[in-house]
Design a protein around this ligand. Structure first.
Ligand code: CTP
Length: 413
């Protein structure tokens, strides 16, 4: 398989060399295109030495009329050569050019000409990243199917701290491999996903909530969407951007989530309940802000168990997968929850483990069914989402076809 890496002008350009190496380790043939600004940060010779190919640096060569004719059509031949275009680092400028169809250098011209998938890994100053113009450009690109590997938070070259550091090369490679191995095995499915935490109001300014970030549910929605499903995402409040082209139903309370889920249940062929739903809500919501006056007692009542209701009310062919967040006796509590709620499977999270779970980009889990317990080692949530979908689809196959589940605990990695 063949990859063109577009390198733009940013301090993260040096990481593009690591990215090229990491792509080559996956047996991918790599070409590099550099913008003019990128060449201020890193020499074309670096990439030429790594790839064994001449690095493309402009639309025009400085030679004869014949060689200029060759270069005039090279953006077309390059766009036909590549199975995927990966732009890393992608600056705010190149994202804006891509979004608006401006073709004033080799990379932006190639973007317009290419029909293969495009992956971008943005890197920029935090204020530029958060600027509405950048967000609007990214939305445009996502709606066109461009895959965005979000930047990380951390120290930036400008001295500021915040989002804007380019994702690590391994993460970008993972996304490229996903794109290249694209499957359409969820075409025709309607996947109803719940994500994030719910909030139960105590008074007009306070609520009972939980630490769920919504990242796992959003990753499942994105993965299902990219595998061809129609996705309905019922989400508690989060700071995340929903995946492009999926239907989003924002909710706040457990009761709102229940109405949204039950209201759309008839359409769903698969329900994945990744949301952390409040188990209790205050009996009364104070109309006015509660004043501080010594100890108070809040009386709480249990919320409805949406998952259990979904299991009861679903069409017989609809698959239902719940989640369970546990801190102790994880497997025992997980099995109990699976049986009690009657779901087809439970994705069991040990939220006591450091570095995974709430608000992390990584997670480890056990996919628990009545017959099996499949261990997923720690990985990016986006990858875990794919594995959860794989195993969910496998639930439709007769058990005898599943060979790795014997005796009781199967390890798939
Ligand atoms: N869930 C739900 N409705 C609720 C509570 C939980 O649908 N009111 C769902 C969650 O979306 C998740 C699963 O049930 O898919 C397990 O959630 P969890 O909080 O781990 O379990 P609980 O039933 O709340 O049990 P406990 O808090 O006692 O562990």
């Amino acid at each position: 398989m063949k990859v063109t890496v577009g390198v733009c002008g940013g301090i993260a350009a040096y990481k593009a060399a690591e990215l090229v190496r990491a792509l080559q380790r996956q047996a991918l043939d790599v070409h590099v295109v550099m913008t003019e600004a990128a060449r201020e940060f890193i020499q074309p010779l670096t990439f030429a030495s790594l790839t064994g190919h001449k690095v493309i640096t402009g639309l025009w060569s400085s030679g004869s009329a014949e060689s200029n004719l060759d270069s005039a059509i090279q953006h077309i031949s390059e766009s036909q050569w590549a199975d995927v275009l990966v732009v890393a680092p992608a600056t705010a400028n190149v994202l804006a050019k891509f979004a608006h169809g401006i073709a004033d250098d080799f990379l932006s011209t190639m973007y317009l000409a290419i029909t293969a998938p495009v992956v971008v890994a943005p890197a920029m100053n935090v204020n530029m990243w958060q600027h509405p113009a950048t967000h609007a450009n990214l939305e445009t690109l996502k709606n066109r199917g461009v895959q965005v590997v979000d930047p990380k938070s951390g120290y930036l070259a400008c001295g500021m701290v915040g989002d804007g550091r380019m994702a690590e090369p391994e993460l970008i490679v993972e996304r490229v491999l996903l794109v290249l191995n694209h499957r359409n095995d969820l075409a025709g499915e309607v996947v109803l996903v719940t994500a994030g935490g719910t909030r139960e109001a105590v008074d007009p300014v306070r609520f009972l909530g939980n630490r769920s970030s919504g990242k796992m549910g959003y990753a499942i929605a994105e993965a299902a969407q990219s595998r061809g499903a129609r996705v309905i995402l019922v989400t508690g409040p989060t700071v995340l951007h929903p995946p492009a082209n999926c239907e989003v139903i924002p909710v706040v309370t457990a009761d709102e989530m229940r109405s949204a889920v039950l209201g759309r249940l008839d359409e769903a062929s698969i329900v994945i309940k990744a949301a952390a739903v409040a188990d209790y809500r205050p009996v009364v919501r104070s109309e006015q802000k509660l004043k501080r006056s010594g100890p108070i007692t809040l009386e709480l009542v249990p919320t409805e168990d949406i998952l259990a209701e979904v299991v009861r009310l679903r069409r017989p062919e609809t698959l239902v997968v719940g989640f369970a967040a546990e801190t102790e006796n994880v497997l025992v509590h997980g099995r109990d929850k699976l049986l009690r709620k009657g779901a087809d499977a439970i994705v069991l999270n040990d939220v006591g483990r450091p570095g995974v779970g709430f608000d992390s980009d990584r997670n480890a889990a056990t996919f628990l069914t009545v017959q099996t317990a499949i261990e997923f080692p720690e990985m990016a949530k986006r990858d875990l989402a794919e594995r959860i979908l794989d195993e969910t689809l496998a639930l439709r196959r007769p058990l005898s076809v599943i060979t790795e589940t014997s005796p009781h605990v199967a390890q798939r990695d």
